[in-house]
Design a protein. Structure first.
Length: 487
């Protein structure tokens, strides 16, 4: 479900648990015996494509088509269900099934926008005085980070991102205004709200991104909106748009860059005041600033954990977040230093996502440090991923925000009425050492930097269990948004 809502390509292979000693034959199945659940309809509700294989040939061909559907258009999960005969059956070597190369199913051109629509987009941008670009997860999926930065620089347009689009551009770039939305930077909310033209690239614009459609952030009545998306349903879904460009984000950004090379220069004077004021606007909005970032204490302030991660980990570090307050602090205060280094759950935003995601990311990026940031609740939900990390020698670093609670739940319960939201005192580092991992618990922020360095130097999967202050809440700055007009 997370993959479906987050547009993540995934191949799901599973058996139907049929034909064993614990199952009725097909004509009697469904009375509640083991394996009698209707898997086909379950998976069909949360995948782009689900097919059933009844023979080895159908299993091979079904896997190829599942890969095609997972990768094409808007990416997502595809499922191959396999009956026991397709797994245990034999292929006749005298007349094997004719199977094509899987690559042939994927050789499709990236869809582009119509030339007339590209010309219209350039015309709108040429007439703008205060353009802003908002990038979403579609930029990550298309690998369009370089093209996005080039277009922003070409038009001297401030760059914001959605939550799922965070790190679509390095947030240290002069044109970056950070993440927009409820959990975002005020600099981004102000820049988008003051823009006369908004170019949305691969972002669905959730209520979180739009501050629940607050008109002082996105306002289609006072702004010209261009929306680029691989899925024609998304363009103009949350807000009406003046122009929807349907296709691959990378392809369309390339079209815009080529078509606007002359126009962006000849009309640059129109946007000079807007671009020139950006540094002061960011400073006035407290861009990536919070007193807690610089405050040492015991227990540790969550803001301080974010800053020390920023200071001790290499710029190219890849981060996997979990759900809960930990991801909110990171999304709000961590300033990504390179593009495509920030991965987070955003479909169902289920707890326990971060640790197994970091294992997968370490496989994908073997030469880079991968850091999981999780709460103690999410950590325990998938702590078995540490066993996998040990088995495959994957030196991830997992930083646990340990407040002995489901922090986000607890913050929304009345004092003295904390129900099912607090834990017994747990040493999560000791749990990690039980798997053979490096583990250290930190109670004072003055010891955290050394602990993070030791975790990296260990060469093992490592857990840094940070005892954090329960007091600070992301609601402290979300309240500013509510008083400013959030409904």
């Amino acid at each position: 479900m997370e993959a479906m809502l987050s547009s993540s390509p995934m191949l799901v292979l599973t058996d139907t648990s049929d034909g064993g000693v614990g199952q009725h034959p097909a004509n009697q199945s469904g009375a509640g015996e083991y394996g009698s659940i209707d898997l086909h309809n379950i998976f069909r509700s949360m995948t782009k494509y689900t097919t059933l294989a009844t023979s080895p040939k159908e299993a091979a061909l079904g896997a190829q088509l599942a890969i095609k559907h997972a990768m094409s258009g808007r990416p997502g999960p595809a499922c191959l269900l396999m009956r026991s005969a397709s797994i245990g059956g034999e292929v006749d070597l005298e007349s094997p099934p004719f199977i094509h190369d899987t690559a042939g199913y994927l050789n499709t051109a990236k869809p582009q926008a119509a030339p007339a629509d590209i010309e219209k987009a350039v015309e709108i941008l040429s007439q703008s005085r205060r353009p802003v670009i908002v990038a979403g997860n579609g930029v990550h999926m298309a690998g369009a980070h370089g093209a996005l930065q080039q277009l922003a620089e070409q038009w001297n347009a401030p760059m914001a991102t959605s939550y799922k689009g965070k790190s679509a551009i390095a947030e240290t770039h002069p044109l970056s205004v950070g993440m927009v939305g409820i959990y975002g930077q005020e600099a981004a909310n102000r820049a988008v709200g003051d823009a006369d033209t908004v170019v949305i690239v691969g972002a669905k614009l959730s209520p979180q991104d739009t501050v629940r459609e607050r008109p002082t952030v996105f306002n289609p009545r006072g702004q010209r909106i261009i929306q680029i998306d691989i899925d024609d349903r998304n363009a103009g879904w949350t807000f009406p748009v003046e122009l929807g460009l349907i296709g691959d984000a990378g392809s369309i950004l390339g079209q815009l860059i080529e078509a606007s090379a002359e126009a962006s220069g000849s009309t640059a004077r129109n946007r000079s005041e807007w671009a020139g004021a950006l540094p002061n606007r960011k400073q006035d909005a407290g861009f990536y600033e919070d007193a807690g970032l610089h405050t040492d204490s015991s227990p540790v302030l969550p803001q301080r954990v974010v800053r020390l991660l920023q200071e001790t980990m290499p710029a190219e570090t890849v981060y996997a977040l979990d759900a809960g307050n930990n991801r909110t602090w990171m999304a709000h205060l961590f300033q990504s230093q390179q593009a495509h280094t920030f991965f987070c759950p955003g479909g169902t935003a289920g707890m326990g996502w971060g640790l197994p995601a970091s294992v997968g990311l370490q496989v994908a990026y073997p030469g880079r440090q991968v850091v999981c940031v999780t709460g103690d609740g999410g950590y325990m939900m998938t702590v078995n991923a540490l066993s996998t990390a040990m088995q495959y020698n994957l030196p991830i670093v997992c930083v646990v925000f340990n407040d002995g609670a489901l922090g986000m739940v607890r913050h929304h319960q009345a004092p003295g009425q904390y129900i099912a939201s607090e834990f017994a005192e747990t040493d999560n580092a000791a749990v990690a050492r039980g798997f053979g991992c490096f583990g250290v618990q930190v109670a004072d922020s003055r010891n955290l930097a050394d602990a993070l360095r030791d975790a990296r130097a260990s060469g093992l999967p490592a857990v840094v269990d940070v005892l954090i202050d329960r007091g600070p809440s992301p609601d402290d700055w979300r309240a500013d948004l509510r008083t400013a007009g959030e409904t």
